[in-house]
Design a protein around this ligand. Structure first.
Ligand code: ASP
Length: 316
């Protein structure tokens, strides 16, 4: 079991064997989380601070539950009410928190690269909980775990990632991970929402759902990220749903046992039909949420092991 990272800033720096290490340990935490007694001590004595500069429901709750189940002292910073509002810079906030000796810092920020920058300024392990359009590594890992448990493997699968690729850190992290694990990736969406030069990532691009979904094993839908759009990327939501929204008819082009995924939050009736999203025979959306806690426990456990292996910076 090898995992040589000091931080989890993205999928990009991870080797395939490190991804496998996280997924293997996550499997153990899935079983653990299904027990009645959910108290472990992998993070006992450590302080975890969650700093979310952007709204989050599942990711923040998931990191908080993960830390608490592993025995960490978890603190959620209310960033909306913090000194950021008074003009403090991200780095000043980070330095202030750093002086309180946290061990794990979980950060979500609207700007791509902000979390990497912060990691250079602090002594603790930093986990990226989503930075702008850049990366959302724990989402890609939980998606990989969901796929691996359903399909029995996370290689040589045909996977379609559909919708708003251009604004999505989920898509970017997933493309990086699925490519490293040697899957065939298709991107499906309107040309306005497919970033130029994406072919360099080893993906096939389609602007038609019927063709793009043909014989795929996995259909990964993305939220239309309206908050990141500043122009006319789509004609109308109605038209978008008609052409790119996933419904039973479009899904019929995929393999018979293809699974449907969505990172949440969902826009029902925009990128996905609500009935299909709730169909437990096809949709694994709730499984993704469950896997999220296990993956975050595994990631923090592995980072904490590396942290404990280093000499303490301050001896008390
Ligand atoms: N929750 C995911 C993210 O934070 C996906 C989304 O917001 O659409 O990127």
């Amino acid at each position: 079991m090898r995992f040589d990272q000091r931080h989890l800033l993205g999928i990009e720096p991870l080797r395939p064997d490190e991804i496998t290490t996280i997924l293997d340990l996550s499997d153990q935490y899935v079983d653990f989380n299904r027990r009645r007694d959910k108290h472990a001590n992998a993070l006992a004595g450590l302080t975890q601070i969650n700093m979310f500069f952007e709204n989050s429901t599942r990711t923040q709750a998931s990191f908080e539950i993960a830390g608490k189940r592993l025995g960490a002292d978890v603190m959620n910073m209310a960033m909306q009410a913090s000194s950021i509002k008074k003009g403090e810079t991200l780095i000043d906030t980070a330095m202030t928190l750093n002086a309180m000796h946290p061990d794990l810092l979980v950060v979500r920020h609207p700007h791509s690269g902000a979390v990497d920058l912060l990691a250079q300024k602090v002594n603790c392990a930093v986990l990226n909980a989503g930075d702008g359009r850049h990366e959302h590594p724990t989402q890609a890992l939980l998606d990989a775990l969901t796929i691996r448990r359903d399909k029995g493997r996370i290689h040589r699968l045909n996977i379609a990632i559909c919708g708003d690729i251009a604004h999505s850190r989920v898509a970017r992290s997933n493309i990086l991970l699925l490519h490293k694990m040697e899957n065939r990736i298709r991107l499906v969406g309107p040309p306005t929402l497919i970033p130029s030069g994406i072919d360099a990532f080893g993906v096939e691009v389609y602007d038609n759902m019927e063709e793009g979904l043909k014989d795929v094993d996995v259909v990964m839908m993305l939220r239309l990220q309206k908050e990141r759009m500043d122009g006319g990327f789509i004609p109308s939501e109605r038209e978008y749903y008609h052409r790119y929204g996933l419904d039973a008819e479009k899904l019929s082009h995929a393999k018979e046992d293809a699974i449907v995924m969505h990172p949440g939050p969902m826009n029902r009736g925009v990128e996905i039909d609500g009935t299909l999203a709730d169909d437990i025979n096809r949709s694994v959306i709730q499984d993704q949420v469950e896997m999220g806690v296990a993956v975050r426990m595994a990631a923090m456990d592995l980072l904490a092991r590396n942290l404990r292996a280093r000499p303490s910076e301050v001896m008390v």
